[in-house]
Ligand binder design. Structure first.
Ligand code: FEO
Length: 408
């Protein structure tokens, strides 16, 4: 395979030897509509080391990329920064193939590898701040707990001024381009935001701590090499600044109206609410679940100030697509939202009340009472919807005022 699958040079001593997954579309509930990469890095120092591995089905691709540069059996040390199977699924097979002298992981990583692979990935723990000399390349390990799992750690390569950052600063984007300067900034911003919104948002306090911790080391970051997506070499501080901003969850004068419909009653109500929001000066995004994936909603909610949710009642329950999306959003724990609920029903009408209860659990500041309509909305019902939109717009303007000259 090495005739086709080659390593990519990052620096004189570091090569990318990961895999590109063009086909994956689901990443624990997140629609990865542009695929992803599983990045692994070969350090060609006096002692050769491999940092991270790939998903199980890409083991041969990874070994081929390594073999395009060096005999895999010459790897002495394997470092596993994070135990999630997208980075360790192939690890057992890689260990078997190369027989390294040591496999290193964080304290929690050693435990997590054992809990996943039951002895097939025996690792030795490194301490937070521990250093490792590979001869002409020195590494320092830093634990970054909950960024993404309790076992997460990163390593810094001093002579290369490179941070191998594991899940942090990554994105799900399959490409043959390996570096940020080879891709459009708009694409990078959009996919990095989607990744943050869907994976790291509930861990924002840990992200902030990681950024502070790395800043306190005084390390120069010429390169940030994450485990997904492109390597940041043009302006690594740009993604660090984006993470710092997203971890504070700043919100703007924007509302997301999330809904689904059975017979177009809730759809009509959503559109009337949207008209009210827009008339009140709010940037408004209607997101019907019939054509929108939950992970795109999470991305849109990343900077929205308001979330308004609507559903029909079916069999005395919230319409199932809303239950799915709201369970997902509740898990992502967005903070600082304003919200409201609405919906249509035939005889029992639980959905708008249950949606309101979910918003309350999410600590959303509620505006008005749920707007409920029996069967199909009449003119006065649509007026109530429009007015709810206006009310939310007014509260949004107070809480998250638009900049003086902003375009919607
Ligand atoms: Fe890319 Fe948390 O694994």
């Amino acid at each position: 395979m090495k005739e086709a699958f080659k390593a990519a040079k990052v620096t004189d001593k570091v090569y990318w030897v990961g895999a590109v997954d063009w086909a994956v579309r689901d990443f624990h509930g997140y629609l990865t509509n542009r695929g992803t990469t599983y990045n692994a890095y070969l350090i060609l120092a006096d002692k050769i080391a491999l940092v991270d591995a790939v998903k199980a089905s890409f083991k041969d691709e990874m070994l081929a990329r390594i073999a395009s540069i060096v005999d895999p059996k010459k790897i002495e040390i394997v470092i596993s920064n994070h135990a999630e199977p997208d980075h360790t699924g192939a690890l057992g097979g890689v260990i078997e193939a190369i027989k390294p002298q040591k496999v290193l992981a964080s304290m929690m990583g050693v435990k997590a590898l054992d809990q996943h692979y039951h002895g097939a990935c025996p690792a030795v723990a490194v301490r937070d701040g521990e250093k490792l000399s590979l001869g002409n390349v020195d590494l320092t390990f830093a634990e970054t707990r909950m960024c993404h799992w309790p076992d997460s750690m990163v390593c810094y390569l001093h002579q290369e001024r490179m941070l191998i950052s594991q899940d942090a600063f990554g994105m799900h984007l399959a490409s043959y381009e390996r570096f940020d300067d080879q891709l459009s900034p708009a694409l990078l911003d959009a996919e990095a935001a989607k990744y943050y919104a869907n994976i790291l948002l509930p861990l924002s306090s840990f992200v902030a701590k990681t950024i502070e911790k790395v800043a306190a080391t005084g390390w120069t970051l010429d390169t940030i090499a994450p485990d997904h997506g492109p390597i940041w070499r043009k302006d690594p501080q740009r993604i660090v600044a984006s993470y710092a901003r997203w971890s504070r969850q700043p919100r703007i004068n924007k509302a997301v109206v999330l809904y689904d419909t059975m017979w177009q009653s809730t759809d009509l109500m959503a559109r009337a609410i949207g008209e009210g929001l827009a008339a009140g000066g709010t940037a408004t995004r209607l997101m019907p679940l019939s054509g929108t994936h939950r992970s795109d909603i999470a991305t849109e909610v990343l900077d929205a100030g308001a979330l308004i949710v609507g559903a029909p009642t079916v069999n005395n329950e919230i319409f199932p697509t809303l239950a799915d999306a709201m369970t997902y959003l509740r898990g992502l724990a967005p903070k600082g939202l304003i919200g409201a609920s609405f919906g249509s029903y035939g005889w029992s009408g639980e959905a708008p009340k249950d949606l309101r209860a979910m918003l309350e659990e999410m600590k959303v500041e509620l505006v008005g009472e749920p707007v409920r309509v029996v069967y199909a909305p009449a003119g006065e019902d649509l007026k109530r919807c429009y007015d709810l939109g206006l009310q939310v717009a007014a509260r949004l303007k107070e809480k998250y005022p638009p900049p003086a000259s902003s375009a919607v």
